[in-house]
Design a protein around this ligand. Sequence first.
Ligand code: AMP
Ligand code: GLY
Length: 425
Amino acid sequence: MNILILGSGGREHAFAKKLSESKKLSKLFLAPGNAGTAKIATNIAINPTDFEAVKKVVLENNIEMVVVGPEAPLVAGVHDFFLADADLKNIPVIGPKKDGAELEGSKEFSKKFMFKHGVPTAKYEAFTKETVAEGQTFLETLQPPFVLKADGLAAGKGVLILDNLEEAKMELADMLTNEKFGAASSKVVIEEYLDGIELSVFVLTDGKDYKILPSAKDYKRIGEGDKGLNTGGMGAISPVPFADKDFLTKVEERVVKPTVNGLQKDGIDYRGFIFIGLMNIDGEPFVIEYNVRMGDPETEAVLPRITSDLLDLFEGVATQTIASKSYEVDPRTATTVVVVSGGYPEAYENGKVIRGTENDVDSIVYHAGTTFNQNGEIVSAGGRVLAVTSFGDDIPSALNKSYKTIDQISFEKMNYRKDIGFDLV
Ligand code: AMP
Ligand code: GLY
């Protein structure tokens, strides 16, 4: 089977590596991919939200399945585009249509969905430019910290958590009247603060049934001790020690089943990943958010642990036979440490020559933001540059390998957190 993966990050490199291990794979393409995927697949330099360009690539290369990495093409309707096109409609897309992608595309939509289907989550109200004053009055009824969320996609930056009521009122007005986060904050969800430990659970569904993949914990802040600005993710660990059998059973019964059944009841034919961001509060799961794709860097810790054929699972999604599929998991711990450009998540420079990525005996060095310069050297091309994953019998031994591998990698101003998993050991 010929496969096209849309996207260019560490997540997509991890998909590419896992799919390239499948006996069922013929040729693998990425659009646009990175310097790491160039080693194991063919990169094609198009923008994944340019659907006409995607169509051309699919037809020219006899692509038989499309795997969508990031949310943007899904929210923009890439799956709907395929279904509406006579030449593409029989080519399966792993990723929901626009209706399902709203679970990530609109916070209000996802909150309404959770309340409708009895999925545990924080209480909330949504406000617009016309109802700023009501929003401010609502804030007065809540206890700090105050959680304000831009309704639309804001590249992971649209959530504010504030301790001070006056500041929260001001920020609400700024988000709504001045569109602080662009059109994404023309509506704002205010919700109750959930105090617990976060983790992510990943579900792959064919619209009828589902498989729950290994869980992971992500480290979002730039600074050690979870301090400083939010990033796309600085590291990940799978499995999550506190997500024991009892907790995961609660997640399946209270969250996964009502979510998959709710999609069906609402007439949303969802085929792809559901990434459930959860808060564990004294052993009880609450949903923080849905994403309609895999997490990055969680994918780089989760997929290497899946020892069976991922393409076989994807076929299960495409043919709605996932119930009859099974998969196996490596019981060891996988840890991922993300290496970023100096300055990230604020301004940083691209084009730094990266050395040492071939030192990958004890780890998998996934590329995230890399490309080639005119001399054919690997250079940085993004905030998150590499994601280094290693296995171990426990978190410290796996992390040790990742840090040793990173010691042999260098580029100007590189930065990474040296305390991934600090709260778990
Ligand atoms: P989201 O984009 O909804 O995942 O929010 C970003 C981050 O903000 C989450 O990963 C949580 O760490 C935090 N967060 C979001 N909603 C809440 C909440 N209701 N209570 C506490 N923390 C939250
Ligand atoms: N690592 C968080 C995300 O992918 O949204």
